[in-house]
Ligand binder design. Structure first.
Ligand code: BMA
Length: 823
């Protein structure tokens, strides 16, 4: 098949308008308007409102192209890999088709319409998404979350584009993925399904090719699998460029046996070797088409076994259950034309830097681009993939069913071969949602739910991807409204901390099997705020602009409420931002360390949320501009392969009220070392009781054997005499003379602790920065003028003395440093 990408000679305009603008395809209406200066920056102050209104109009795109060679081809079609969303497509003034689902791949036969003599004109009319959902709302009503425009669920367009509790109302539209002109010569490979069987150190690859040919009897498909080149760190490797070949049977089936396969592992458990699979279709001895993908040799599923607590829920790779460490991923942009592989790579590399091994693609966005999965394959990030349904009830009309079934097939076929694909999940929070609505729910709502997520999707997967684990919803306990958010089975979304206003010590009261959502908000840093307002009067968290960029109603006040529980009242805007980030980081650390200490019972900590799609106040650990919040550095530490953590009993954990009779609370520590690697580790655990200057008052040391993939508790130590205002405990884990993990713990609230002035100072040679403290310094932040530094570590505690960190990104210009002492 000959494929030509139509990415030149595009223009666009508001439908029926006079003036044509230059357009970039793939891209989007908003990015074209912005580039042509027909629109203001949608993220600036409250520009969003007027920019949203632009989507009350229809837009048209036109492309002219020449195509002289048509006759020799048996089939010629146009393939749209992503059309957002309601569109009519015309070629040379003839309507060739309509599209109404941004998640689908659309193909239209155009052989008879193409002209070989004259220029061809391709015209795409994009219908207003706002009008579309308003009309559907009139017809079907609305059952869904209130942050999003009415009727959003009736259009197969990423829901967040119509608003979310972290998303603006910016329903961009456009041709957001490539348009291709495809000419078939005798035959075409649609796709190849590859299944793997691992037994006795061998891997059998089974192939099932879907292909079309003018004369099947003259055709054959050759499969060639090429092993990856040698990598220094992998000593098991046998030979360079090993190749395996087979010819498929006429019905497209065949197998290859790979002895000594180099297994693909998630980050932290091993390497990510990727094998190339190439299928070539020969028709009449001539190459007619080819299809190439990269795969990883591995088995990956979920373990669900009855046990003393209920039923386990854990990822298993190559037979090894592992603890899931990561975050929930939302779309990276509101302006779809601004997506790029480079941005995604940087975000995902930052996940790897923070020791992630899993990422959950949340169901209210769109199925990510191919490059997302390619990068996850390379980095060893296992993907929990939701189907795109979230927080609403859908009308399962026959047309809707047909539309979503095509969507499932397109995406399953597009994504299934990826090594990183850990599981498919039916939807986000729908089972819980319908379950909670039981008393108002129409019987059809329950029926449609069951049809969509427990019949239609499993039916598609049975045919197109039977090897990947399917989970009906997130959260779920296995489906059919059987207590979907059960803490003892399946995955849990836990929101009592934050939405329920419970203190973050509350995490320790729960022992979920797999927490797939729990989160805490913070403000982004000042430079990111300056991307949406430069007016100093807005630099107050209760200003109109700051509340416009906060989509969880009233939540800037919620941050303040949590802040008063922990820190002293920060009077400067800059300090509020810093304190809010520490609060968020500590909240999530509290949860994750507790979950990892209880490894075995709990097997996953996926926090809400990784990223942002515009500059906003949210639960993200990396903001829209790519800047790391304190949480991302904390994640790097609390997701470390070897983690030492402390379950302390303190004033904070017991929420003791000092103004009541019998004001007393336990003061103790209980250390734990978690080992999320495949090797047993001999760990030296050291802890010190220290005064506020950082001087040691008591030192204890212990050797502990921490078996691979386990967490080991040390004995509890009571510290009844500790002065909660001026003494603290530091703890460290050492392996072979190297400190691998550490932390500190106090026994009151940070706001009551009498920090001494650590007189922090910095030195740098441009590549590294050394920070020195004269006393105990908590959550030391090093920042540059541009606030875009990425360091090997930041927001860490110092027991006095110095620490040198590496600069991974950004320039050591205008450096400054602060710690909790400064609040
Ligand atoms: C969960 C998610 C999102 C939401 C987040 C924060 O429920 O599934 O829908 O943005 O919480 O409220």
């Amino acid at each position: 098949m000959e494929v030509r990408t139509l990415d030149q000679n595009w223009k666009m305009r508001r439908a029926g308008g006079e003036e044509w603008q230059e357009a970039v395809v793939p891209g989007s209406v908003y990015t074209d308007l912005l580039r042509n200066q027909k629109m203001e920056d949608p993220y600036w102050k409250d520009n969003e409102d007027q920019i949203c209104a632009l989507m009350n109009a229809d837009y048209e795109y036109v492309c002219t192209f020449e195509e002289s060679e048509i006759d020799p081809y048996s089939e010629v079609f146009l393939c749209f890999e992503g059309l957002d969303t309601a569109a009519e497509i015309f070629l040379n003034d003839t309507l060739i088709g309509e599209a109404c689902n941004m998640h689908r791949i659309w193909e239209f036969d155009v052989r008879s319409l193409l002209s070989a003599d004259e220029k061809n004109v391709l015209r795409i009319l994009l219908r207003s998404p706002l009008k579309y959902i308003a009309e559907s709302y009139k017809k079907y009503g609305n059952i869904g979350n209130e942050d999003t425009y009415e009727g959003f669920m009736h259009l197969r367009k990423a829901h967040y584009m119509f608003g979310w509790d972290w998303g603006a109302h910016l329903p961009d539209a456009g041709i957001f993925r490539p348009v291709r002109l495809c000419k078939v010569n005798k035959g075409r490979i649609d796709s190849v399904q590859i299944s793997q069987t691992h037994r006795d150190g061998r891997c059998i690859l089974d192939f099932d090719a879907e292909y079309a040919a003018d004369a099947r009897e003259d055709c054959s498909i050759r499969i060639r699998v090429t092993a990856p080149g040698d990598e220094k760190e992998d000593t098991d490797f046998i030979a360079d460029d090993q190749q395996f070949e087979t010819i498929l049977s006429p019905d497209g089936k065949g197998s290859i046996l790979i002895e000594n396969p180099r297994l693909w592992w998630v980050n932290g458990l091993g390497a990510q070797p990727l094998y190339e699979v190439e299928a070539v279709l020969f028709c009449g001895g001539v190459q007619a088409d080819s299809w190439t993908r990269r795969i990883g040799l591995r088995s990956m599923t979920m373990q669900r076994e009855k046990d003393t607590w209920g039923e386990s829920f854990a990822h298993v790779i190559n037979g090894k259950p592992f603890f899931a460490m990561g975050a929930d991923y939302i779309p990276e942009e509101h302006l779809l034309g601004r997506r790029s592989p480079e941005k995604t790579r940087r975000l995902l590399e930052d996940c790897k830097l923070a020791n992630f091994n899993v990422i959950r693609v949340w169901g209210g966005g769109f199925y990510p681009d191919d490059w997302f999965y390619d990068i996850c394959d390379e980095l060893g990030l296992a993907v929990w993939q939701d189907f795109m349904f979230a927080c609403s009830v859908y009308e399962l009309t026959p047309e809707f069913e047909e539309n979503i079934t095509r969507e499932f097939i397109d995406n399953v076929k597009r994504i299934r071969h990826h090594a990183c694909l850990a599981l498919w999940c039916g939807n986000n929070e729908m089972e819980m949602f319908v379950d909670q609505r039981c008393w108002v729910t129409k019987p059809t709502e329950v029926r449609d739910y069951l049809l969509m997520y427990e019949r239609i999707i499993p039916g598609v997967l049975k045919i197109h991807d039977p090897q990947t684990f399917y989970w009906p919803a997130s959260p779920s306990s296995g489906g059919s409204f059987d207590n979907p958010n059960d803490p003892d089975r399946g995955d849990v979304h836990y929101w009592e901390v934050w939405h329920g206003n419970k203190p973050f010590s509350e995490y320790r009261k729960h022992y979920f099997r797999y927490a797939s959502e729990f989160g805490f908000q913070s403000f982004p840093c000042k430079k990111t705020i300056e991307t949406f307002t430069d007016d100093p009067r807005d630099w107050n968290i209760f200003s109109y602009v700051m509340e416009k960029h906060q989509r969880n109603y009233g939540a800037n006040g919620k941050i303040m409420n949590y802040l008063q529980q922990t820190y002293r009242y920060p009077t400067r805007f800059q300090d509020v931002l810093y304190a809010s980030q520490l609060l968020q980081a500590d909240a999530i650390r509290y949860g994750v360390e507790h979950f990892r200490r209880n490894r075995g019972r709990c097997m996953g900590a996926i926090y809400w949320q990784l990223n942002d799609c515009w500059p906003v106040i949210s639960w993200s650990s990396i903001d829209y501009c790519g800047r790391w919040k304190a949480l991302h550095y904390y994640a790097k530490r609390f997701f470390a392969p070897i983690l030492i953590s402390c379950e302390e009993q303190s004033w904070l954990t017991q929420e003791a009220n000092m103004n009541r009779q019998h004001f007393e609370f336990e003061k103790s520590i209980r250390l734990n070392v978690a080992n999320e690697t495949q090797e047993d580790r001999r760990v030296t655990v050291r802890w010190n009781l220290r005064n506020a200057s950082g001087e040691s008052l008591r030192e204890e040391e212990e050797e502990v054997l921490v078996p691979a993939l386990s967490a080991v508790w040390l004995e509890k130590t009571e510290l009844p005499e500790v002065d909660v205002f001026s003494q603290y405990v530091s703890y460290e884990a050492w392996i072979g003379g190297k400190k691998v993990s550490e932390g500190t713990v106090i026994f009151s609230y940070p706001k009551y602790f009498r920090y001494e002035d650590p007189q922090l100072s910095l030195e740098t040679d441009g590549k590294r920065i050394t920070v020195t403290a004269a006393a105990y310094a908590k959550s030391v932040e090093i920042q540059n003028e541009a606030e875009d530094l990425v360091l090997s570590d930041n927001y860490f505690d110092l027991n006095g003395g110095s620490r040198t960190v590496e600069i991974l990104r950004g320039e050591a210009k205008g450096l400054r440093v602060r710690s909790v002492y400064d609040l």
